[in-house]
Design a protein around this ligand. Structure first.
Ligand SMILES: Nc1ncnc2c1ncn2[C@@H]1O[C@H](COP(=O)(O)OP(=O)(O)O)[C@@H](O)[C@H]1O
Ligand SMILES: [Mg+2]
Length: 508
């Protein structure tokens, strides 16, 4: 008989305008990998933040090891051996790994009247933990010098250092390459073997299939049910998660070869720290072609997109659109000459957060018909346009077209930008991480929209950290490593594993 380690009883938590968790009851068994699945905004992070003491629910009770507990801070959770790795890591970049791990829990050594922080002892404990679980790190490295996958290991070590027995992972694989994901899943299995309990929040059904024992599905704040993973197919899980049947088959017709739309020659870009981010990159994209840049985050891919859109200057090289040089044009001139852009940081570059959804959806064209006639803004046209896009792209918000954008969930803000940029009907569309953080239903929808644009003969530059997305959409794949394109080939000629290898800089 499985032993219950955590019980959530009738948990309810509301935020303004939304019930994030609606009367949820769950039991988690000691020593299992328990997955939590649901669309964006389903309430997964909120529920686990409650278990980690970061939010207090309006209603409901929590039992840990059979005892009712009161969690009013993450300290309380830590004391109950609960740990959490958040979606966005919480590390101090100019501290070493050891300093980060002990932060807030510094080991003080006393000898006679003296006392000091015993970093050496801490380093040894970290080395031992790292050996035990295969979490390779060098405790003296600084966070700013190590890749994201290693930072994640630091977060895991931080939990283990505090003797966590119940480990919560909030979408841990979204920042990793396929090889790194495999490795992380193996570590989770190792943790389970040593008796730990793991709660894994993820969108990725394959991962759940691979490691989880049971899976709870949330839909708009409510618990749909808890399922035995071995007895549930990924298609069933996906349907339960969105509350309807979804059709995963994406139709991708053969590419029709057209004229060259975008060409870059020897493009070189330095970032704001003076580091060469893009190094001599030459690319071509034709009508009806999706060229995807694959790479591990931070290898220069976003700078390529920024430079083509006009947000960063080239120090060398040139950019041509339909044979016309645009290297020196302003952002606005580039939009007018036919470039759509979905930037990586949508809150900073993509939307004006304090304006309504309808204004944001028309922000690049408000000075043109039908939004302006003889210089007068046509309010009805804004609303009509907004309502059409809300419907077509399933943009969910509290008050429809009038919703203030800031109050929308990140996933729905993202859908709004994608809708607006596609509707511009530009000849070149640049999509940087168009589906980041979205759930399978929304991802599927955006993929269809992108392929429709390709069918219409648009040239598409896709920058994505999701290899599955690259493999599903690209006609051509260019792999970037440290600012250089180290491999370009037709997507059909490359396997996912090969691309993963190139992403790590392996060229053999
Ligand atoms: N701090 C917050 N303030 C207001 N609303 C929030 C906050 N955190 C989450 N929400 C809302 O609660 C709902 C559930 O969010 P979340 O738990 O983050 O979902 P998930 O992790 O499943 O994507 C969403 O509608 C989200 O917009
Ligand atoms: Mg979340």
């Amino acid at each position: 008989m499985a032993e219950t380690i955590v019980e959530l009883r009738n948990i309810t938590k509301a935020f303004p305008g939304v019930i994030a968790n609606d009367n949820i009851s769950l039991e988690i068994n000691k020593g299992e990998i328990f997955a939590l699945l649901g669309e964006n905004g389903a309430g997964k992070s909120t529920l686990m933040s409650i278990l980690f003491g970061m939010y207090e629910p309006e209603e409901g009770e929590i039992y840990v090891r059979g005892e009712k507990v009161n969690l009013s801070s993450s300290k309380d959770a830590t004391a109950l051996n609960i740990g959490m790795v958040h979606q966005h890591f919480k590390l101090v970049s100019n501290y070493t790994i050891t300093e980060n791990i002990v932060l807030g829990d510094e080991p003080v050594k006393h000898v006679g009247p003296f006392s000091w922080v015993d970093l050496k002892g801490a380093s040894e404990k970290i080395r031992a933990l790292s050996l035990d679980y295969g979490l390779e790190v060098n405790p003296d490295d600084k966070i700013e010098d190590i890749p994201v996958s290693t930072q994640q290991r630091v977060e895991i070590l931080k939990m283990l250092y505090r003797d966590a027995e119940i480990l919560i992972f909030d979408e841990p694989t979204s920042v990793l390459t396929p090889q790194e994901i495999e490795y992380l899943l193996e570590i989770m299995e190792e943790l389970r073997r040593s008796g730990k309990t793991i709660i894994l929040i993820t969108h990725k059904l394959e991962e759940i299939k691979q490691v989880a024992d049971r899976c709870a599905i949330l839909l708009r704040g409510k618990l749909v049910g808890v399922y035995d993973v071995a007895e549930t197919s990924t298609q069933q899980m996906a349907n339960l998660m969105v509350g309807k049947e979804i059709d995963f088959e994406i139709q991708k017709d053969e590419q029709k070869s057209g004229d060259i739309v975008l060409e870059t020659n020897g493009m070189t870009v330095f970032d704001d720290r003076g580091v060469k981010a893009v190094d001599d990159v030459s690319l071509q994209i034709r009508e009806g072609e999706i060229l995807a840049i694959a790479g591990v985050s931070g290898n220069g891919q976003t700078e390529i997109a920024d430079a083509i859109a006009g947000l960063m200057d080239l120090t060398e090289g040139s950019i041509f659109l339909h044979g016309q040089e645009i290297t020196k044009l302003s952002i606005k001139e580039r939009i007018n000459s036919g470039i759509s852009y979905i930037p990586e940081d949508r809150q900073r570059d993509g939307l004006i957060m304090d304006l309504s959804l309808s204004s944001n959806l028309a922000i690049k064209t408000f000075d043109k018909k039908p939004f302006a006639k003889r210089g007068i803004l046509q309010e009805k046209a804004f609303d009509k346009h907004a309502e059409q896009l809300i419907e077509e792209y399933d943009i969910r918000s509290g008050q429809g077209a009038d919703t203030i954008t800031r109050s929308m969930s990140g996933g729905n803000q993202q859908k709004a930008i994608v809708a607006r940029e596609i509707e511009l009907e530009s000849d070149l569309m640049i999509f940087v991480q168009p589906t980041r953080g979205l759930d399978v239903g929304a991802i599927n929808n955006i993929h269809r929209q992108i392929l429709e644009e390709r069918e219409k003969g648009k040239a598409i530059l896709l920058v994505s950290l999701e290899l599955d997305e690259v493999m599903a959409l690209a006609d051509t794949i260019a792999v970037i490593f440290r600012g250089k394109i180290i491999k370009t080939d037709q997507a059909a000629k490359l396997s996912k594993e090969e691309v993963g290898q190139y992403m790590m800089g392996v060229t053999q």
